[in-house]
Design a protein. Structure first.
Length: 355
């Protein structure tokens, strides 16, 4: 793999506008997403030949064969000393397109992420399953990386991460950290997780519980005394529990509810907002902690009661998404329009903000 001078020029200019994502499509000028807003760059239109040259310049022979066979390719790209990017190359209208997400090379401390204090407390857990959920681009990877780094600075343990691709790169401090990338270091998450259990880990990060086999292995790892961190593309704790249960055949769902009730420690659900007080983004967070009441709800398939339990358990660190959004609004961080647009219960939040 070699560098692409054209691509590097685009990425360096995109960085000047604090772009989180760069989109390259043949017959269009490069586009960037900066603080949720898409806008064109003041650069020439990319031709189909430009896009093929960029792809050829930043991939190896194995990756190019994969792209030719599947017409999609996920990988990472780094400009040494500058930035790393998570890349998806794909075909659209017979021509190459790319979506590139900037990855921060330095792991931010938890204290800098405007997260509830309870998230820090979760990094002291000795075992169990902690899930960080939310839409694509909601900051899940950043939250998980900050949690891993907090443990890296505190414990003398063995941490294994399974990622697609490796995003933040860690330097082993008190912990020994191994990072394995899908495709380069393991064929599937399930395979990586199965073998990780034989590698004497204390803490395992699974990039995403995207299928039944991976999910089952993650729950088993948590059951056997490991701390397992992972993500799901769900928007709240109730949906997260149901998504996991629904992965299983109907005749196994009671059993998995019991296993999940025993192993799940917390669900953190994130939504990112554009700040109005200064440049940047800020997360609104729903936090569900697995108290005895929550464990009974999961075990007895009464997940519809979870929102009420969260609402009435604020004193121990739980919070609903709408309460978190309201706090951001009253602190002058986000606009009323954005707050209501992303609320779980817009009408109720509208009344709260008007009070």
């Amino acid at each position: 793999m070699v560098e692409s001078a054209l691509l590097n020029d685009i990425l360096r200019k995109a960085n000047e506008s604090d772009a989180s994502d760069v989109h390259l499509v043949a017959n269009h000028a490069p586009m960037v997403r900066s603080h949720t807003i898409m806008q064109p760059m003041e650069m020439p239109v990319l031709t189909g030949e430009d896009m093929w040259r960029i792809l050829a310049g930043i991939t190896n022979e194995h990756q190019r064969r994969h792209f030719e066979q599947h017409l999609d390719l996920d990988f990472s790209y780094e400009i040494p000393g500058f930035k790393r990017y998570r890349v998806n190359a794909h075909m659209q209208r017979g021509l190459v397109g790319m979506a590139m997400r900037a990855i921060r090379t330095k792991v931010p401390p938890l204290a800098a992420l405007n997260l509830p204090e309870v998230i820090t407390r979760l990094t002291y857990l000795p075992r169990g399953l902690v899930l960080v959920t939310g839409d694509t681009g909601s900051g899940k990877s950043t939250t998980l990386a900050a949690m891993i780094q907090a443990m890296n600075e505190r414990y003398k343990k063995h941490i294994i991460t399974l990622e697609d691709p490796v995003e933040y790169t860690f330097s082993s401090q008190k912990c020994l950290i191994e990072q394995r990338e899908l495709g380069a270091d393991m064929p599937t998450f399930a395979s990586g997780l199965k073998h990780a259990l034989r590698q004497d880990p204390d803490i395992i990060l699974v990039g995403e519980m995207r299928d039944l086999e991976t999910t089952a292995l993650a729950i088993t790892a948590a059951e056997t005394g490991h701390l397992v961190l992972s993500t799901l593309h769900t928007v709240n704790a109730s949906q997260t529990v149901e998504r996991i249960v629904d992965m299983y055949p109907a005749n196994q769902q009671n059993q998995i509810r019991a296993m999940l009730a025993n192993t799940l420690q917390a669900v953190i659900s994130q939504t990112l907002f554009r700040r109005v007080d200064k440049a940047g983004m800020v997360p609104a967070i729903e936090v569900m902690l697995c108290t005895p009441a929550v464990r009974n709800i999961i075990r007895e398939a009464r997940t519809y009661e979870i929102p009420n339990v969260i609402e009435t358990s604020r004193s121990i660190g739980m919070t609903t998404l709408d309460n978190s959004i309201a706090e951001l609004y009253f602190n002058g961080m986000i606009s009323r329009e954005d707050a209501i647009a992303q609320a779980a219960f817009p009408d109720k939040l509208d009344r709260t903000l008007a009070a």
